[in-house]
Design a protein. Structure first.
Length: 202
């Protein structure tokens, strides 16, 4: 089922349980090579999510700023983006272009993500695709400028969101996660994957 909320295309239950499980298995492999880290914003505040990435570039933040980087903070290169994840990107966007980055955000109990824009990429005509796995999360969508009305929906495990067109630069965030609401991840929690084209160069 697809719905559109404020320009965000939301594909409810896009992945069935078996597809979710095999994606989580693939992600365990990725995370064994590129472990989750707790990022620190340039202001010195630790973020509540833990982060890693796959692909040619990962998004990182530390005291010196935030940026796309071709290596994990520990120095290793990022693992390849698993095929089943790439296949979601190609199917929902209809694009041949492969994304440069699959950002992996892990939400434990109490983690959230403040309202933000995704604007560190070179070309905003490419969409951003997000995949939710595990616990339910309250996703808030706003406007291309800060403030104004917002609208929230619950994202459940297996849901896919495409942020393109006018919504590409809209503010959005995760207000809260219902800890333990999904049995997918052994110890609870939520994984969100965002797939992005970072630069137009090939
Ligand atoms: C999340 N998602 O769902 C946070 N960004 O945990 C995002 O920040 C996001 O869902 C760009 C496009 C879609 C998203
Ligand atoms: Fe985002």
């Amino acid at each position: 089922m697809k719905l559109t909320v404020r320009g965000f295309d939301v594909f409810k239950k896009y992945l069935n349980r078996a597809a979710q499980e095999s994606m989580v298995e693939d992600l365990r492999g990725v995370l064994s090579e590129a472990p989750l880290v707790q990022p620190v914003t340039p202001s010195g505040k630790p973020m509540s999510v833990r982060m890693s990435a796959a692909g040619s570039l990962g998004w990182i933040t530390d005291r010196t700023g935030y940026r796309y980087a071709d290596r994990h903070p520990s120095g290793g290169s990022w693992p390849d983006i698993p095929e089943d994840i790439l296949s979601v990107w190609h199917t929902v966007t209809g694009l041949d272009r492969v994304p440069d980055c699959c950002l992996i955000n892990w939400y434990g109990e109490g983690a959230r993500m403040g309202l933000h824009q995704d604007k560190d990429e070179g070309d905003f005509s490419w969409p951003v695709v997000s995949i939710s796995l595990g616990d339910d999360a309250l996703f808030r969508m706003g406007n291309v400028t800060r403030g104004g009305k917002t609208e929230s929906i619950w994202l459940n495990s297996g849901d896919v969101v495409v942020m393109g067109g006018e919504a590409r630069l809209a503010y959005h965030g995760i207000d809260r996660v219902k800890h333990g609401s999904s049995p997918l991840l052994r110890n609870g929690g939520r994984i969100n994957l965002t797939l992005r084209v970072v630069s137009d160069a090939t």
